[in-house]
Each structure stands twice: as structure tokens, then as C-alpha cells.
Design a protein around this ligand. Structure first.
Ligand SMILES: Cc1cc2ncn([C@H]3O[C@H](COP(=O)(O)O)[C@@H](O)[C@H]3O)c2cc1C
Ligand SMILES: O=C(O)c1cccnc1
Length: 366
């Protein structure tokens, strides 16, 4: 935690967040318009590339380039963290799976690794709040370089973390986005790993959209009806704890979020500040996106929805963000997999627009 010389905790205050929000620029509408005009001249019937054409306009606007370029350095950052609420029977799997999956990401054998290889993206995994000690031989130091705490509190009955830790986690996420953009990433994806994390995600979406627990709670890793009812009760209790601090984003994340989710929120915000596009993934990244959008409404113009999740909270989140997923394949994995599934379609949108001749260049007209 960063603490100023006088010893007071370095809280991320509303003024700093408002300043951050004000620094988010608009994507470039001139480039969007230039690409719209180009699409109308390419060697195809007008509109024949369907939604790829819409995607090419967004890519142009966020790249400030017309025609758009395929992304050269797409990067996934997986935010790993455990959640005390998992002890209340809200997940089909135990928290011990979280550190195992971190090892799997590092070994390159998880779903996110396979899809990243296919899509030409690289993967970085960070332990923000895994309830295990991941330092030691075989684990690169980078993995724990932004660790905030071991596990987050059980949000139905206690705070996920302190206000200081929430501030630290948000700042960590911003620093991570800076690190990635400074290292050359031109497209970012926020992946998640943490047993129980669909519970705080649902609670955040429910609190910010005004929906009730039954409307936001899904099956997560595959809980049965009794598990779903336990999860509804946990989310209802968490939302009761979150509602009084609606509007204070640091307090909201400290009460009913988690260090991993707070970091992801900071990451999404800073990506927008750095004019770097993001493909959102499943319910976790979309829940964080709703928090980040509440801080900085313009930030969502820098994001696109990769994949429809089966989690109901993701639908409410995307409605709030006015985003329509690129693919709908019934995914419910997270890790960044849904975003990676959409990435080849984004590349297709950029490549067709950049590489196709115009009808006029072929000697024709229409
Ligand atoms: C082996 C395994 C790999 C995963 N990869 C992502 N998740 C996903 O499922 C979890 C969230 O669902 P819930 O809230 O129901 O626990 C998170 O770890 C999320 O990343 C996984 C879950 C498991 C079991
Ligand atoms: O929507 C997701 O990404 C998701 C759904 C269930 C479990 N983990 C992640």
C-alpha cells in the first residue's frame, strides 16, 4: 500500500476519480466517418460485410486510423483472486482450484492459453488476492508483483477489503494497464480467475442497475437449485450492504467487490485514459466495466463486448453499457476466453477494410 510521508492512508478520492473521468477522450469520429465512406466504395455490395463493417468503424475510431489496422499486440491480463463468500456454498468448486488454475495459466495449458495462441495474443496472469502463497520457485516474481491481500472478505457479512486496500487495488489495475500500453499492447483483454467471483460480480451489477438478486444470479460454475438459492441470499445480503454507498465507487468495491475486481476496474478505466481498446469478456469483466462506466461514462466507448455469457448479470451489464456481444456461443468460463473468441472477427473486420480494393480501383463503378 502506498502511504504518504505523513502516514495517512492514500485513499483514491472522488476528486481523483472525477479527474480521471475527465481525462478520457472521445474515440475519433472523423476516422469513423472516413472508414464508413471507404466501406461504401469497397469491391462488394454496400453493407455486404454485415457486422464486420460496424466493427471496422469502431476499430478506426479507437485506433485513430482509416482504414483500420489488424491488431498487432493483443494482450490478455488474467486477474486472479479468491472470495470468502465461496465458503457459503455459492460455487460448484472449492477455492483450492484458483491457485491450480494460476499454475495452469503459467504452464500454458488453460482455455485462455489455447485461444490466445490461436488468436495471436499473449497472456499475463497476476495474483491480486489469491488465498495462497504463490511466491517461490517456478512462479515468476511478476505474478505476485501487484498482490493486495490473501482472499477477500465474505461480502454477504463483511467487507471484501478495507478502503485502503480498494484504493491500492484500483491503482494497481491502472498501473498494470500503463505497464501493458507502455510495453506496446494495442488491444487489451481483462480475464478473471477466482472461485466464487460470479457472486461479487452479480452483486455489483444488481446494486448499480437496481435489479434484485434473483435477476442477476446465475449458475456460475454449475451450481444446483439449492446452491442458486444460497447464492441469491448471499447476493441479496451483499446488495443490502452495497446500496448505502452507491455513488462512492471505492467504498462499493471495498464492501462488495474484491481486490481482483477493483484492480480490473482500474485497468478498464486506465485503458480508456490511454486510448487503448478493450474487448470485454464474461460477467466479471462486464461487472467491472459497469463500475468503471459509472466512474467515467465515456470510457465505455473504448470497449467492445466479445462474447455473450450465460450469466444473467452480464446481460444487464451490457444493456447498461449499450454493448452487443460479437459472438454468442453459450460460454461461461471467463479467463478472457470469450473476448479471445471474438478477436479473430475483429481482425477480420480490420483486414477486409484495409486490404480490399475499391470497385473503382478495379475499373468499375456503381
Ligand atoms: C477448473 C475451473 C477453471 C475456471 N476458469 C475460469 N473459471 C471461472 O469460474 C469461476 C467463477 O464461477 P463461480 O462463481 O461459480 O465459482 C471463476 O474462477 C471463473 O474464472 C473456472 C472455474 C473452474 C472450476
Ligand atoms: O461469464 C463468465 O465469464 C463466467 C461464467 C461462469 C463462471 N465463470 C465465468
Amino acid at each position: 500500500m502506498t502511504t504518504p510521508a505523513d502516514g495517512t492512508p492514500d485513499l483514491l478520492g472522488p476528486d481523483e476519480l472525477a479527474e480521471l473521468a475527465a481525462s478520457v477522450e472521445w474515440p475519433d469520429d472523423w476516422m469513423r466517418q472516413a472508414t464508413r465512406e471507404r466501406q461504401a466504395t469497397l469491391a462488394k455490395p454496400v453493407g455486404a460485410l454485415g457486422r464486420l463493417e460496424d466493427l471496422s468503424l469502431w476499430i478506426s475510431a479507437v485506433q485513430r486510423a482509416s482504414p483500420p489496422r489488424p491488431f498487432a499486440r493483443p494482450r490478455v491480463v488474467v486477474f486472479a483472486g479468491d472470495h470468502g463468500v465461496a465458503r457459503s456454498g455459492v460455487s460448484a468448486y472449492p477455492s483450492e482450484v484458483t491457485p491450480l488454475m494460476v499454475q495452469a495459466f503459467l504452464s500454458g495449458v488453460a482455455g485462455v492459453n489455447a485461444l490466445a495462441r490461436l488468436a495471436g495474443a499473449t497472456v499475463r496472469v497476476l495474483d491480486l488476492s489469491v488465498d495462497a502463497d504463490l511466491t517461490g520457485p517456478g512462479v515468476p516474481e511478476d505474478v505476485t508483483s501487484h498482490k493486495v491481500r490473501r482472499g477477500s472478505g465474505s461480502i454477504d457479512v463483511e467487507d471484501a477489503m478495507t478502503l485502503e486496500e480498494a484504493s491500492t487495488a484500483l491503482r494497481a489495475g491502472m498501473a498494470i494497464a500503463d505497464e501493458e500500453v507502455d510495453s506496446g499492447a494495442d488491444l487489451l483483454i481483462a480475464g478473471d480467475m477466482g472461485i466464487g467471483n460470479t457472486t461479487p460480480a452479480a452483486a455489483l451489477v444488481g446494486t448499480l442497475t437496481g435489479a434484485n438478486a434473483a435477476e442477476v444470479v446465475g449458475r456460475g460454475t454449475g451450481i444446483d437449485d439449492r446452491g442458486w438459492m444460497r447464492k441469491c441470499a448471499a447476493v441479496r445480503d451483499a446488495m443490502r450492504r452495497g446500496r448505502p454507498v452507491l455513488g462512492d465507487h471505492v467504498a462499493l468495491l471495498s464492501r462488495i467487490g474484491g481486490a481482483d475486481l477493483a484492480a480490473m476496474t482500474g485497468f478498464l478505466l486506465q485503458a480508456a485514459v490511454r486510448r487503448t481498446p478493450v474487448v470485454l469478456d464474461g460477467v466479471i469483466s462486464c461487472a467491472c466495466a459497469v463500475v468503471a462506466h459509472d466512474v467515467a461514462p465515456r470510457a465505455s466507448l473504448w470497449w467492445i463486448a466479445g462474447s455473450r455469457s450465460t450469466e444473467p448479470a452480464q446481460k444487464l451489464a451490457l444493456d447498461r453499457l449499450a454493448l452487443e456481444p460479437v459472438v454468442d456461443m453459450g460460454l461461461r468460463l471467463g479467463e478472457g476466453t470469450g473476448a479471445l473468441l471474438a478477436l479473430p472477427l475483429l481482425q477480420a473486420a480490420a483486414a477486409t477494410c484495409a486490404e480490399m480494393a475499391t470497385l473503382e480501383e478495379l475499373g468499375g463503378s456503381h
